[in-house]
Design a protein around this ligand. Structure first.
Ligand SMILES: [Zn+2]
Length: 246
């Protein structure tokens, strides 16, 4: 079989082999054994390397069993640049999160597209915190864990000038309208208006067009924390790699 893949992780295996975990476009996540990868003269050296986007030829009869990786060619290489360590930490974090979530093959192609768009985007212009929010937002949406965008999470009416967003409900990431906000819930109306605009932008545009989030950018880390907490709650994992990008 042939497919496009994002290299998530490589484990040493036996004397000179490796187990490669990839996110593919068509088959979700796969664990493939790559014979001789640890030998310096191996043809796949530098191609099968973390965070590269590659095309692979492989066999995997059962996605839960080890398959075999035969050939690979490079589509987009990840090159570690000392002045851009945050690119590396971001890719490490994406990989760590993707390793921890189940990927429904039905949405696998869209998750692959999300990851490859983000990798290409940071290769082009470097990581920005909006990339992390974009990754969380779309991963949660594709996994079915994100509420509808642009409507109140309680009354489900669309937001508008008369029905402004005012409160963020951490438990399910829903934005709540001013009318539904309870007395104990403090209004964050201007912040939430900007955030809903940013969500709408993420919904419609590729990641490289979402960087200029004037207004929200000052507070983007609070939304990143809320999204990452949600993902940790769902998977039961604490992500070590997140420490470096916050
Ligand atoms: Zn409402």
């Amino acid at each position: 079989m042939e497919d496009d893949a994002f290299v998530l992780r490589i484990y040493p295996y036996a004397e000179s082999d490796a187990i490669v975990v990839v996110l593919t476009r068509q088959s979700g996540k796969l664990r493939l054994i790559c014979r001789g990868l640890k030998r310096p003269q191996n043809a796949l050296h530098g191609i099968i390397s973390p965070f590269n986007l590659v095309s692979i030829r492989f066999s995997a009869d059962d996605p839960h069993q080890l398959g075999r990786l035969f050939e690979a060619s490079l589509n987009q290489g990840f090159y570690l640049q000392p002045e851009r360590l945050s690119d590396f930490y971001f890719c490490s974090h994406m990989a760590e999160v993707l390793l921890s979530v189940e990927i429904d093959p039905q949405y696998g192609a869209r998750i692959y597209r999300l990851v490859s768009a983000l990798v290409s985007c940071i290769a082009h212009r470097g990581y920005t915190p909006a990339d992390l929010l974009y990754f969380y937002f779309w991963l949660l949406r594709l996994e079915g864990w994100h509420p509808d965008v642009g409507v109140c999470g309680r009354c489900h009416r669309p937001f508008s000038g008369e029905n402004p967003p005012a409160f963020f409900q951490d438990a399910d990431l829903a934005v709540v309208c001013e009318a539904c906000r309870l007395p104990g819930e403090s209004s964050e109306r201007p912040e939430m208006e900007k955030f809903v605009a940013l969500q709408t932008c993420m919904l419609r545009r590729p990641p490289d067009e979402v960087t200029d989030t004037a207004g929200v950018s000052s507070n983007i880390s609070s939304f990143i924390s809320r999204y990452s907490r949600k993902i940790s709650d769902i998977t039961g994992k604490k992500y070590k790699s997140l420490v470096f990008i916050q």
